[in-house]
Ligand binder design. Structure first.
Ligand code: NAD
Length: 299
């Protein structure tokens, strides 16, 4: 497969393929653009079904980070890394140390951070081999988990969307259908609940959805039913590509704003939302709060 000819290749400056069998490491680091500063973006650990799937993900995520940094006006560029492994069974200190050494070899062109499959403790392991790491806990010299700041940014985006769609300047009584009660999703549920919003949540892990039911009186639905909820706002906070041919037509919400990266399966799905009169807050604007936090930590 040629990277330069891949559909998601968009002038990326550098794409590094890493193979270190002794550490169980197979990874790709993509640096999209460093015009505004070093490329910052998290390290995702995921058992991709194929190398092509991993390449597609890392190229799209890295470009999204460039957009996010530009919109947030931070002195950073866009990059991302993926490790092809199962985070529950294959994540070892040796694997993280090896990744740190490869990142260090890039001479501060790429700074890593947490993403799906990694957490601030993993960043402390990577830090043993490189200073090019963010999202560290306070005891490790960082600003802590960026997820609460990401959630705060998404809350602002939802507020802006609701004002645009309904002319309403607060979220009291607004019904939000939230997909994915993970790290960001749970924090967002708390903020929405404090603002008086009504919550319906869906998660593939029923226990995660139940956390929002117990803490905030949310209603839980089956994960796939979240698209059909009669809500004013749909907040995708799980995986990418959730706005696609199957889902856009099902949405009842008039506002879409959430934390997930790369929500549009293809650019044309943004047009499809507009045709349906749905206000879409681009993910790379709505979810920039965590990156702003990481910039402060890095500099
Ligand atoms: P997380 O892994 O803590 O939470 C994700 C949640 O989504 C989990 O509860 C998971 O069970 C659920 N989920 C997975 N697939 C699902 C599906 N098909 N339907 C419903 N639920 C599903 O991750 P997070 O840190 O909360 O991040 C959420 C999203 O926001 C990711 O796309 C991430 O890339 C993006 N993001 C996160 C941050 C941050 O600060 N953590 C910043 C910017 C963007």
């Amino acid at each position: 497969m040629s990277v330069f000819e891949a559909p998601d290749y968009d002038g990326h400056e550098q794409v590094v393929f890493v193979n270190e069998p002794a550490a169980g490491l197979r990874a790709i680091i993509a640096i999209h653009n460093t015009n505004q500063g070093p490329a910052l973006g998290g390290c995702r650990i995921w058992p991709y079904a194929s190398e092509a799937e991993a390449v597609r993900d890392v190229l799209r995520l890295a470009r999204g980070m460039t957009y996010k940094a530009a919109m947030a006006k931070v002195k950073l560029g866009g990059g991302k890394s993926v490790i092809i492994a199962d985070p529950y069974t294959q994540k070892t200190p040796e694997l993280l140390h090896a990744m740190g050494r490869w990142i260090d070899g890039l001479n501060e062109r790429y700074i890593t951070g947490e993403d799906i499959g990694t957490n601030p403790m993993d960043m402390a392991e990577i830090k043993r081999e490189t200073r090019c790491v963010s999202c560290l806990r306070e005891e490790d010299g960082g600003y802590g988990d960026p997820a609460p700041m990401t959630a705060l940014g998404v809350l602002q985006a939802i507020g802006a969307g609701v004002e645009r769609a309904f002319g309403k300047t607060d979220l009291n009584g607004v019904h939000v259908a939230l997909q994915g009660v993970g790290n960001v999703g749970f924090n967002l549920c708390r903020l929405l609940s404090e603002a008086g919003a009504r919550l319906t949540v869906g998660d593939v892990l029923a226990d995660n959805a139940e956390r929002a039911v117990a803490a905030f009186g949310a209603e839980a639905v089956e994960a796939d039913a979240i698209y059909d909820v009669e809500a004013e706002v749909f907040a995708p906070c799980a995986m990418g590509s959730v706005l696609n041919d199957d889902t856009v037509g099902r949405l009842k919400a008039k506002v879409v704003a959430g934390a997930a990266n790369n929500q549009l399966a293809e650019d044309r799905h943004g047009d499809a939302l507009a045709e349906r009169g749905i206000v879409y807050l681009p993910d790379y604007v709505a979810n920039g709060g965590g990156l702003i936090c990481c910039e402060a930590e890095w500099y």
